[in-house]
Write a protein that binds this ligand. Structure first.
Ligand SMILES: Cc1cc2nc3c(=O)[nH]c(=O)nc-3n(C[C@H](O)[C@H](O)[C@H](O)COP(=O)(O)OP(=O)(O)OC[C@H]3O[C@@H](n4cnc5c(N)ncnc54)[C@H](O)[C@@H]3O)c2cc1C
Length: 413
C-alpha cells in the first residue's frame, strides 16, 4: 500500500507540496480550514519573481529607520505590541542582514529562485492555467535619478552574478510602454524573466483542481487538531478523523502558532500587508513597483490591485490600513486609479524567518513530521520548487538543490 501523507495548509506552498508528493506515488490528503488558495497566496501582488534572487534584508540606513520610527512614508508601519512580541526574531533578522551574512543567504535563496518559473511552468500547463499568467515581466519605476542609477547598477550586478535579465527604460520609453502613466518618471528597470498572474488565488485553485483530478483528496479541517497517533499523525476534518503515516505543515504565517504547541521556538515573524482594488479606467499593462515609495500596482481580473509594504503587527491585531491610504495618494500621482471597489481592504501576512531562508525539511524531534513554511516575500514564486524539494527529501531522492541551508535543525532549541 502507498504511504499516506497529510499536507496541512492549502496555500501555494501546501498545494504544490501535495502535487509533488502525489506525483511520486504517495497517497496524499490536503487539509485546510478553507478552500485552497484563499489566504496569503490569494492576496499578494501575483508576481512570480525570477529576479528576486536576494531576500529582503532589514534596512540599515539610519535616515530610513528614523522615518519608520516616526511613522513617515508608506513602506513600513508598526504596532508597539507587535514589535514587542517579535522583538527577539527582529533583532536576529537585523543581525542576519549584515552584508556578509546577507550574501550567504542570497547564495542559498537564489538557488531556489532560479527554479521558480521552471517549476511553475509544467504545473501551469497541466492545470490549463495559461490564461492567468503573463510572461512579460514587470517594472521597478523610479522618481529620482539617484535611485534609478543605483537600480541600474544593481540590475547589472544581478545579471553578472545570477543571469537575471532586465532592460533599462528611459522616461520616454516608459511613457510609451505604459501610456496609462500620467506622471513622467525618471526611468524603469524592466525585469524580463519574471511572470505575473492576474488572479493569484485562482492559480492555486487550478493547481488544487489538478491535484483532485489526479485522485488527490482535499478536506476541510483544523490543523491545530493534529496529534501523533501510533506511528503516524491524525487530524480532525469535517468528514471525521483522518490518519496518515506522515504529515507536512505548510501553514504559511500560521505555522508558528502550531509548531509552538509542539514545543518548537523558531525565530519566525510576520510582515503584514494590505491590498485594495480600483476601477482604474486606464490600467498599466504590466505590474509595477513604485520603488522609492514601496507599494506595487498589479492589473488583476478584479481591478487594479494596490499592495502595500510591511506592517509589523501581531497576526490577529485589528487592521490599520494607514499604508494603503498613503500609497493610494502616491499611486494617484502616477495613474488614474478611479474608485476603490466596495470591499474592505484585504489584510494578509508574509511568513518570515530571521535568517531570510524558508524552513523546509524534517521536524527535528517528531518522526514523520515535515515543515514547509517561511517563504516570506516570495512564497507565491517559490511554491512549486518548495513542493518539489520537500517531496524529494521525503521520498529519499537526490534533491534538486542542496536542502541543508533550509533545514529546520539550523535553529537551536
Ligand atoms: C501584500 C503582499 C504581497 C505579496 N506579493 C507577492 C508576490 O508578488 N510574489 C510572491 O512570490 N509572493 C508575494 N507575497 C508573499 C506570498 O503571498 C506568501 O509568501 C505566500 O502566499 C505564502 O504561501 P503559503 O502557502 O506558505 O501560505 P498561505 O497562502 O497563507 O497558506 C497557508 C494556508 O494554511 C491554512 N491554515 C492556516 N491555519 C490553519 C489551520 N489551523 N487549519 C487549517 N488550515 C490552516 C490557511 O487557510 C491557508 O490556506 C506577498 C505577500 C503579501 C502579504
Amino acid at each position: 500500500m502507498n504511504t499516506s501523507i497529510l499536507v496541512l495548509g492549502a496555500g501555494m506552498v501546501g498545494t504544490c507540496t501535495a502535487l509533488h508528493l502525489q506525483q511520486r506515488g504517495f497517497d496524499v490528503t490536503l487539509v485546510d480550514r478553507q478552500s485552497p488558495g484563499q489566504e496569503t497566496s490569494m492576496g499578494n501582488a501575483g508576481l512570480i519573481q525570477r529576479e528576486a534572487v536576494e531576500p529582503y534584508a532589514f534596512p540599515r540606513e539610519l535616515g530610513f529607520l528614523w522615518d519608520v520610527a516616526r511613522g513617515n512614508g508608506a513602506q513600513v508601519n508598526w504596532h508597539a505590541r507587535g514589535l514587542w512580541q517579535m522583538a527577539g526574531s527582529l533583532l536576529s533578522y537585523f543581525q542576519h542582514s549584515h552584508p556578509i551574512r546577507h550574501e550567504l543567504a542570497t547564495q542559498a535563496y537564489s538557488r531556489l529562485i532560479a527554479l521558480s518559473t521552471v517549476e511553475h511552468e509544467p504545473l501551469i500547463l497541466a492545470a490549463s492555467a495559461q490564461d492567468l499568467v503573463a510572461r512579460e515581466g514587470f517594472r521597478f519605476v523610479f522618481r529620482t535619478t539617484q535611485a534609478f542609477d543605483k537600480a541600474v547598477q544593481r540590475a547589472e550586478d544581478l545579471h553578472a552574478r545570477f543571469g537575471v535579465r532586465s532592460q533599462n527604460e528611459s522616461t520616454d520609453q516608459l511613457a510609451q510602454a505604459e501610456p496609462a502613466l500620467r506622471k513622467r518618471m525618471t526611468g524603469a528597470v524592466h525585469w524580463l524573466d519574471s511572470w505575473s498572474v492576474n488572479d493569484p488565488g485562482a492559480l492555486v485553485a487550478r493547481y488544487a483542481q489538478l491535484f483532485m483530478a489526479r485522485n488527490g483528496r482535499v478536506m476541510t479541517g483544523d490543523a491545530s487538531s493534529l496529534r501523533a497517533q501510533g506511528k503516524g499523525w491524525l487530524v480532525h476534518t469535517t468528514d471525521g478523523p483522518v490518519q496518515a503515516q506522515q504529515a507536512v505543515l505548510a501553514l504559511g504565517p500560521w505555522a508558528d502558532g502550531l509548531i509552538r504547541t509542539l514545543d518548537y521556538r523558531f525565530p519566525l515573524f510576520i510582515k503584514r500587508g494590505y491590498h485594495q482594488h480600483y476601477t482604474a479606467p486606464a490600467r498599466v499593462r504590466l505590474p509595477l513597483l513604485d520603488a522609492e515609495r514601496g507599494y506595487a500596482l498589479a492589473p488583476m481580473q478584479r481591478g487594479l490591485r494596490l499592495t502595500t509594504g510591511a506592517e509589523f503587527a501581531c497576526i490577529d491585531a485589528s487592521p490599520t490600513p494607514v499604508q494603503l491610504t498613503k500609497a493610494e495618494a502616491m499611486a494617484r500621482e502616477l495613474i488614474d486609479l478611479g474608485q476603490p471597489l466596495s470591499e474592505p481592504p484585504w489584510l494578509g501576512a508574509r511568513p518570515c524567518t530571521a535568517d531570510m531562508l524558508p524552513v523546509m525539511g524534517p521536524a527535528p524531534r517528531h518522526p514523520g513530521l515535515w515543515f514547509n513554511f517561511g517563504h516570506a516575500h516570495h512564497g507565491f514564486t517559490l511554491g512549486p520548487v518548495a513542493g518539489r524539494l520537500l517531496a524529494e527529501m521525503l521520498n529519499g531522492e537526490s534533491p534538486c538543490v542542496d536542502p541543508s541551508p533550509y533545514a529546520p535543525q539550523r535553529f537551536k532549541q
